[in-house]
Design a protein around this ligand. Sequence first.
Ligand code: NDP
Length: 425
Amino acid sequence: MTINWTGFAKKTPEERRELLQGLPLSDQSSAILQADQQLPLAIANQMAEHVLGRFSLPFSLVPDVLVDGQLYHLPFVTEEPSVVAAASFASKIIKRSGGFTTTIHQRQMIGQVILYDVSDLEQARQNILAQKEDLLDLANQAYPSIVKRGGGARDLEVKTYQDQANFLAVFVKVDTQEAMGANMVNTMMEALKFPLEQISQAKSLMAILSNYATESLVTAKCAIDLRFLSRDKKEARHLADKLVLASQFAKIDPYRASTHNKGIFNGIDAASLALGNDWRAIEAGGHAYASRHGSYQGLTTWTYCPEKEQVLGELTLPMPAASKGGSIGLNPSVQLAHDILGNPDAKTLAKLLVSIGLAQNFAALKALVSTGIQSGHMKLHAKSLALLAGAEEHETGPLVQALLQEQHMNLATAQKILTDLRNNG
Ligand code: NDP
């Protein structure tokens, strides 16, 4: 059954939930959705330490994200106004332009065992490489269940660092299947510590996964028809040129690149959080990748194709997404998020996350090089101020309208207008 998303933004949460009943959700997910069921306290208490309670955030939906010819409805968890609206706006335009196309380059995680005080770095390197197969076997014996699932340690490399501490790092590539793999890789790396100390005649410093997941790169591309930038063709062409310039500037100026990339992660983090994924790991890998050329750069690239009259966007990121493991099976909202998406595998989740990052960047750049982001943001800011001032639902509309007329919009102004509205109403 296809869902008619027209007017989705204007519906109430109850009406939106009703509409989602058109998706093939499990009975359990339907119940979670209808009851707005939260994480049970007993489970929360197992997930982290010193738990006092639960902490709520808005759970939203970005409908109709077209990736590799298939439509997905992407759950978002974010406290930031305008992020969901921007992702939805961009996804709609990109869908009308043919959607995203993606490439999964590889899907392995990297673990490191770091040794120091290695007296003969080259000899240690050769000795370790000579025992590569035995070391991979040892890693796999430390986590046999991933081998049974078709994954496991696949390759091993050695890097030496000639300096005061004579460091040597062993990099192990692990196929973690549907999991992000932090715990399984860490278990494997710890099992290699002692054998590596013996082989290299050195001491181990640590054994841990690297979040710079360069063996899990994913590329998302889109080609946006010029007509979607503006109805006026000349203006649309002008905006396309400015979009390309914005992408170029983010490659040369880290102050801009940081904000450019923050916008990308507005979408990726919101979807990762909804999907119970380790968004800190995804962020860390993304920012390291942004620095891979020696300076911190914007992660997306936008160019203009005059023959097709299209703006071409591209984003490549390390994306260690997971459909299993961590807290994914524990949180009812996370289970619901996966079910809304149709329970895709980890590779599909990775494609979706990179695509939504590209969409979010398009929305931000389009606003920045045209009207600026404040016109949209201020409406949402006014709404937040109205809520903070204590407006009831029926008072929010008039208060927001009045606030938007003010030169300086702040909480004091909102409170004053609300008092006036109540006195006059
Ligand atoms: P888990 O430790 O939860 O391991 C994955 C689990 O998923 C295992 O229990 C595994 O079962 C199960 N599973 C079921 N089906 C599959 C399948 N098809 N493929 C793979 N696993 C499957 O998670 P990870 O090892 O992925 O670690 C992620 C967690 O570690 C996150 O919570 C993360 O925040 C945290 N973490 C992150 C660090 C970082 O630096 N980023 C550092 C330390 C922790 P079985 O055991 O039977 O195979």
